[in-house]
Ligand binder design. Sequence first.
Ligand SMILES: *[C@@H]1O[C@H](CO)[C@@H](O)[C@H](O)[C@H]1NC(C)=O
Ligand SMILES: *[C@@H]1O[C@H](CO)[C@@H](O)[C@H](O)[C@H]1NC(C)=O
Ligand SMILES: *[C@@H]1O[C@H](CO)[C@@H](O)[C@H](O)[C@H]1NC(C)=O
Ligand SMILES: *[C@@H]1O[C@H](CO)[C@@H](O)[C@H](O)[C@H]1NC(C)=O
Ligand SMILES: *[C@@H]1O[C@H](CO)[C@@H](O)[C@H](O)[C@H]1NC(C)=O
Ligand SMILES: *[C@@H]1O[C@H](CO)[C@@H](O)[C@H](O)[C@H]1NC(C)=O
Ligand SMILES: *[C@@H]1O[C@H](CO)[C@@H](O)[C@H](O)[C@H]1NC(C)=O
Ligand SMILES: *[C@@H]1O[C@H](CO)[C@@H](O)[C@H](O)[C@H]1NC(C)=O
Ligand SMILES: *[C@@H]1O[C@H](CO)[C@@H](O)[C@H](O)[C@H]1NC(C)=O
Ligand SMILES: *[C@@H]1O[C@H](CO)[C@@H](O)[C@H](O)[C@H]1NC(C)=O
Length: 415
Amino acid sequence: MATTKALLFLGSVFLFCSLIGASRGHGTRRSLLPIPNRGPAIFDVTKFGAVADDKTDNIDAFRAAWGEACKNSTTHAKVLIPAGTFRAAQTMFAGPCTSPKPITVEVMGTVKANTDPSEYVSPEWFTFQDIDGFVLTGKGVFDGQGAASWPFNDCKQTKGNCAPLPSSLKFYKVNNSMVTDITSLNSMQFHFHLHGCSNVSLSNLNITAPGNSPNTDGIHISASDRIKVLNSTIGTGDDCISIGHSTTDISITNITCGPGHGISVGSLGKRPEERSVNGVTVTNCTFLNTTNGARIKTWIGTVPAEAKNITYQDLVMNGVHNPIVIDQSYGSKMLRAPSTSVWKISNIHFRNIKGTTVSNVAVSLECSTRNPCEGVEITDVDLTYAGRLLINTTFASSCFNAKAIFGGILNPPPC
Ligand SMILES: *[C@@H]1O[C@H](CO)[C@@H](O)[C@H](O)[C@H]1NC(C)=O
Ligand SMILES: *[C@@H]1O[C@H](CO)[C@@H](O)[C@H](O)[C@H]1NC(C)=O
Ligand SMILES: *[C@@H]1O[C@H](CO)[C@@H](O)[C@H](O)[C@H]1NC(C)=O
Ligand SMILES: *[C@@H]1O[C@H](CO)[C@@H](O)[C@H](O)[C@H]1NC(C)=O
Ligand SMILES: *[C@@H]1O[C@H](CO)[C@@H](O)[C@H](O)[C@H]1NC(C)=O
Ligand SMILES: *[C@@H]1O[C@H](CO)[C@@H](O)[C@H](O)[C@H]1NC(C)=O
Ligand SMILES: *[C@@H]1O[C@H](CO)[C@@H](O)[C@H](O)[C@H]1NC(C)=O
Ligand SMILES: *[C@@H]1O[C@H](CO)[C@@H](O)[C@H](O)[C@H]1NC(C)=O
Ligand SMILES: *[C@@H]1O[C@H](CO)[C@@H](O)[C@H](O)[C@H]1NC(C)=O
Ligand SMILES: *[C@@H]1O[C@H](CO)[C@@H](O)[C@H](O)[C@H]1NC(C)=O
């Protein structure tokens, strides 16, 4: 089945290439090209046959517009998806582009995904790949229509046998680029997934899915460096932002997160190829009713690596379950057994974190017996317990194998 789909996919790419070749030969597309002016050349998808009827699959029109903009424009190019509701199956916008940098995709309308997971040959809906200098912008919406497929991605319901559903927007080997203003609604799996990217900034995003939608991380970043996420509102069913393996220099600021599972580094170490994380700052963020706030999580793992130089600072927690968490037993089936993780966590700072929590253990540092956490600073963590204190429980911090340095105002008291 998968092979047939893959062949069909390759077949349509080939067909598309032949069409480009044919039309180039006859110059039939000339009339579609805009009159050059000071602004970028606009490649409006409706001029390439896209129909905003919420029904037609517009993938061929999208590909044709991208192909012209990326491979044939001699001036700055912008692909425009105007107002209206456009359906699109699995789509790839791939470089390298020969048009001047940057190339822009502006989305004003709503783009809706196909809901049948078997129509996807790989786990992403839109892929932007091999582009140096890319701008994705606009007030538009990418609607993953995830509700139809979420039941197939709930590992609890399917006993761990959960198929990887498509991420809405995958960025693969995209460098020196920007994403602004876009709304991502109800992704099937991750909303945004950056892998192999360098120097990308994402700002003013609106990411929305229900709090109980499975694995709908807002932004997942892996194998990337110099990524900034700022000025955005994220409410979803999993981590608002998750920073995966092999990442350096990630900065996150001014995010409102909730519902969701917080802003996490990890989970790390599930697979042997995962390399270290160095340099993450999370500042000026607000968490509303999230299950976690600032969290670092590793599996037991098999290949040693490190998570280091991580700062969570100037955060507000509102009704958060676990505001500060280091968990090195992630995914472990042995509940409550001490972690023996091969990952080393060090040089971690939690500073100026205020607000309310609904868990009596508001600070939980559970590190590896093999690699105790080193250089964990907890300064000015001032949380108020807003839940019901059960008899014989106290509002506390909990530490295992963690060399923590406490300072400033501390509520709960240090361990
Ligand atoms: C590529 O651009 C040139 C000039 O801008 C134009 O004449 C030609 O028709 C375009 N090719 C296609 C396939 O549209
Ligand atoms: C992006 O940068 C990485 C290295 O940082 C490089 O391997 C990749 O080829 C670059 N991609 C493009 C499209 O320039
Ligand atoms: C990073 O990307 C931005 C575009 O988003 C670009 O203006 C800037 O020059 C890039 N920085 C470096 C160091 O290349
Ligand atoms: C985000 O998008 C959703 C769905 O379009 C909308 O209901 C909500 O008001 C938006 N939120 C913000 C902060 O713009
Ligand atoms: C983020 O918001 C601040 C305050 O409104 C603004 O100064 C800054 O330019 C914004 N940054 C981006 C990249 O949108
Ligand atoms: C934070 O981001 C919001 C948009 O989500 C923006 O309106 C606000 O100005 C930003 N504030 C700061 C201090 O950057
Ligand atoms: C810590 O991370 C920052 C980027 O967030 C980086 O500039 C700095 O060099 C890192 N420090 C060390 C000791 O690696
Ligand atoms: C954090 O927020 C405060 C108050 O809203 C603002 O003064 C400060 O500039 C912000 N810092 C960053 C890095 O956005
Ligand atoms: C947070 O949860 C409380 C209690 O369940 C509820 O009253 C409140 O409206 C929620 N706040 C948000 C921002 O969802
Ligand atoms: C609470 O702790 C005290 C002293 O350890 C003990 O005597 C009492 O039975 C406990 N109460 C409950 C309900 O567990």
